[in-house]
Design a protein around this ligand. Structure first.
Ligand code: FES
Length: 108
C-alpha cells in the first residue's frame, strides 16, 4: 500500500530552505534545492542524528553528528552504497505537495 501525505502549505520550504514534517510515526526532512523538493528520513542511518539540521551543499546533505554525507536523490552515502537513508518521491500538483510513502509490507 502506498500512502500520499500532503505537506501543509505553510510547511513547504522555499528554495534553499528545509522543513521537518511529521507523518504517522515518521519524521521526514524536506529540502528545497533550487526549486526541486527532496524528502528523506530525518534520522541519519549512522546513529540517528537529525539530518534536517545538517549542512546542505547542492544536493548533498552532511550530517552534523559525524560528518557523513548523503545524496538527497538516491539516499546513498556519497561514493558508497554502504549506508542509505530512506528517500521518498515528492509529487507536486498545482500548489499542493505530497510525499509518497510505500509501506514496507507491500514490497514484493
Ligand atoms: S549520526 Fe549521522 S554521521 Fe553519525
Amino acid at each position: 500500500m502506498t500512502a500520499r501525505y500532503e505537506v501543509p502549505a505553510g510547511k513547504v520550504p522555499v528554495p534553499g530552505a528545509r522543513a521537518l514534517v511529521e507523518f504517522a510515526d515518521k519524521s521526514l526532512a524536506l529540502f528545497n534545492v533550487a526549486g526541486q523538493l527532496y524528502a528523506i528520513d530525518d534520522g541519519c542511518p549512522h546513529q540517528g542524528a537529525s539530518l534536517c539540521g545538517g549542512r546542505l551543499d547542492g544536493r548533498v546533505i552532511q550530517c552534523c553528528a559525524h560528518g557523513l554525507r548523503f545524496d538527497l536523490v538516491s539516499g546513498y552515502l556519497l561514493n558508497s552504497t554502504a549506508l542509505k537513508v530512506a528517500s521518498y518521491p515528492v509529487e507536486v500538483q498545482d500548489d499542493r505537495v505530497f510525499i509518497v510513502i510505500a509501506s514496507e509490507e507491500s514490497a514484493p
